[in-house]
Design a protein. Structure first.
Length: 296
């Protein structure tokens, strides 16, 4: 009889994965209600991955015709330096990035545009002073594009997408609806209408020259979450299920190693999903064992 049939092995990599995400968020300073359902923990984590700007050195590109009020020019230069040196931009972002892990950002999820505050002083919470005027930017892995300085509440201003289209169309070419050209001159939705339309339907953005784009930010799910985040979450779920199947097929191998560490057949044994330097392992903590799992 195999070791596998002689014991009760307990394995639930999905639970371990959710706990890993929960602990990651807590270690980053987020307050997570312990009663939060597993699927909400997942969604929070992946939405945060979309909302937070990863720290790395990037080039700065400024739109033609960009203007900045005199009182914000000093901070604008500071933000430029922050981008170019790879210092975190978090202090300039919305406080919801750290205080509300479940918050939604329609402008980002739809058009892939972040907004940054232009305060000159740093508050005790680690964020710059909040300002009515905001710097609207698009962020990629290698660049930050300065679009315009606008107002808090300009979440549906189609001019922001027009600026990207005029200045860096190659960066959103994959979202261009090449077979669809709308004749200019129709009645365009207002900024407020665009914000309302984002609540639960697929958005197609039509610019003044008739060019149509699917959402550069991936789009907004009916739940208000980022479509990119939902897709990423589902991809990771499939990976986690695959890791568990991989581990289950090798359970006898794991139990042979556990016997050498003192485990006795018939005794329940717990196999967990763990990560070391972001690499996945099947872990049996009580016997100090870990076994490598396939990488993504």
């Amino acid at each position: 009889m195999s070791n596998r049939r002689e014991t009760s092995s307990r394995i639930n990599f999905y639970k371990d994965w959710v706990e890993y995400l929960r602990l990651q968020m807590i270690s980053s300073g987020y307050k997570i209600d312990p009663k939060t359902p597993d699927d909400e923990i997942e969604m929070m984590s992946f939405n945060l991955g979309k909302r937070r700007i990863r720290s790395c050195r990037r080039q700065v590109f400024i739109a033609k015709g960009f203007t900045c009020p005199e009182e914000h020019k000093e901070v604008l230069e500071r933000i430029k330096e922050t981008v170019q040196t790879g210092v975190p931009l978090t202090p300039y972002q919305s406080k919801a990035v750290l205080e509300k892990p479940s918050a939604k950002d329609g402008l980002l999820f739809d058009w892939d545009i972040h907004h940054l505050h232009l305060g000159k002083t740093m508050d005790s919470d680690g964020f710059v002073a909040r300002t009515k005027d905001l710097l609207f930017v698009r962020v990629t892995n290698t660049a930050v594009f300065f679009l315009s300085v606008g107002s808090h509440g300009d979440w549906g201003e189609i001019e922001l997408l027009e600026i990207i289209h005029r200045n860096w169309p190659e960066t959103i070419v994959h979202q261009k609806m090449k077979e669809l050209v709308i004749e200019p001159g129709g009645v365009a939705p207002t900024s407020d209408e665009i914000v309302k339309l984002r609540k639960g339907i697929y958005m197609l953005s039509v610019l003044s020259d008739g060019t149509a784009y699917s959402p550069p930010g991936g789009g907004i799910a009916t739940s208000g979450d980022s479509v990119d985040a939902v897709s990423g979450m589902n991809n990771y779920r499939r990976w986690i299920r695959g890791l568990q199947k991989y581990a289950e097929r090798r359970m006898n191998e794991y139990l042979v190693k556990a016997r050498k560490k003192g485990w006795k057949p018939g005794k329940p044994i717990h196999v967990h999903l763990g990560f070391v330097d972001n690499e996945p392992y099947a872990v049996i903590p009580e016997y100090g064992l870990k076994f490598p799992l396939p990488k993504r």
